[in-house]
Design a binder for this molecule. Structure first.
Ligand code: IPE
Ligand code: IPE
Ligand code: MG
Length: 244
């Protein structure tokens, strides 16, 4: 695999089993800013900056998929000025970081109903996805206008429209219609800012994920925190309902 040479053979993280897919709820940008007497949007700007080092570290470690919750179906409830800033930051992030991410072997893709995003965001995403479509080291899966319930409903409805009347829906078949089709389920869910909830994230796919809550606010979450989460994951005993 590309880039493995930069890994120290002594890196204890790599000598044990790694999660294939890590999902992250990047929470706490607003509080980060408010604690400094700044506008919430400043926190979002810092939050976007925090993502790249995490992606690079995940790629370095050999994680296959990193899914980052960037905007939920419920986040439309926020003031339109904050939403506009978030969408603008997405466009800026893609324009400025896609070349370097491509260089690092990162393939950008999305989950969520991106047809409801502003056109500028859709165009940037389509450009970034095409630009990085040949990269194979890490998938950066951006969850945008994503909600677990919305995803399941869209999947079931499109299955129903494409399937003869009377067919039973199976787990495998539903998996093929979800936005995450083709990806392994997340092994590890990380949420920053000390909140213990899913907030409608990957409701189906997180069925057996190990959960790690960090007290750090997202703009303060760095590669060392990702490593700490993975080390914690490596101590877990996953049983999947069995006795193993
Ligand atoms: C996460 O930070 C980013 C998004 C939800 C878009 P928040 O904006 O939720 O920050 P807090 O939770 O208010 O601190
Ligand atoms: C979850 O965070 C969504 C994202 C990080 C994009 P929220 O801040 O929206 O979640 P709640 O409202 O605290 O549950
Ligand atoms: Mg929040």
């Amino acid at each position: 695999m590309q880039g493995q040479e930069s890994n120290s053979p002594a890196d204890p993280l790599l000598s044990r089993h790694l999660p294939r897919h890590i999902a992250i709820i990047m929470d706490g940008n607003g509080r980060w800013a408010q604690r400094r007497g700044l506008d919430r949007t400043v926190g979002h700007r810092e939050g976007v900056k925090a993502l790249k080092p995490i992606v690079k570290e995940a790629a370095r470690l050999g994680i296959e998929v990193l899914t980052a919750y960037a905007f939920s179906t419920e986040n439309w409830r926020r003031p339109s000025q904050e939403i506009d800033v978030l969408m603008g930051l997405l466009v800026e992030f893609l324009a400025s970081e896609t070349p370097e991410l491509k260089e690092e072997g990162v393939r950008i893709r999305t989950i969520g109903d991106i047809r409801k995003l502003p056109l500028s965001a859709q165009q940037s995403l389509n450009w970034a996805m095409t630009e990085t479509s040949q990269q194979r080291r890490l998938i950066l899966n951006l969850a945008l206008n994503y909600g677990g319930r919305d995803e399941i409903l869209r999947a079931v409805n499109s299955w129903r429209h494409q399937t003869p009347e009377g067919t039973e829906l199976t787990e495998a078949e539903l998996n093929r219609y979800l936005d995450t089709a083709g990806l392994p389920d997340p092994d590890l869910l990380i949420r920053s800012s000390g909140e213990f909830r899913l907030s409608n994230f990957l409701l189906w796919q997180l069925a057996y994920a190990e959960i790690y809550i960090s007290d750090k606010l997202w703009p303060d979450f760095g590669p060392a925190d990702l490593q700490a989460a993975i080390r914690d994951y490596q101590t877990r005993h996953r049983r999947f309902g069995g006795l193993g």
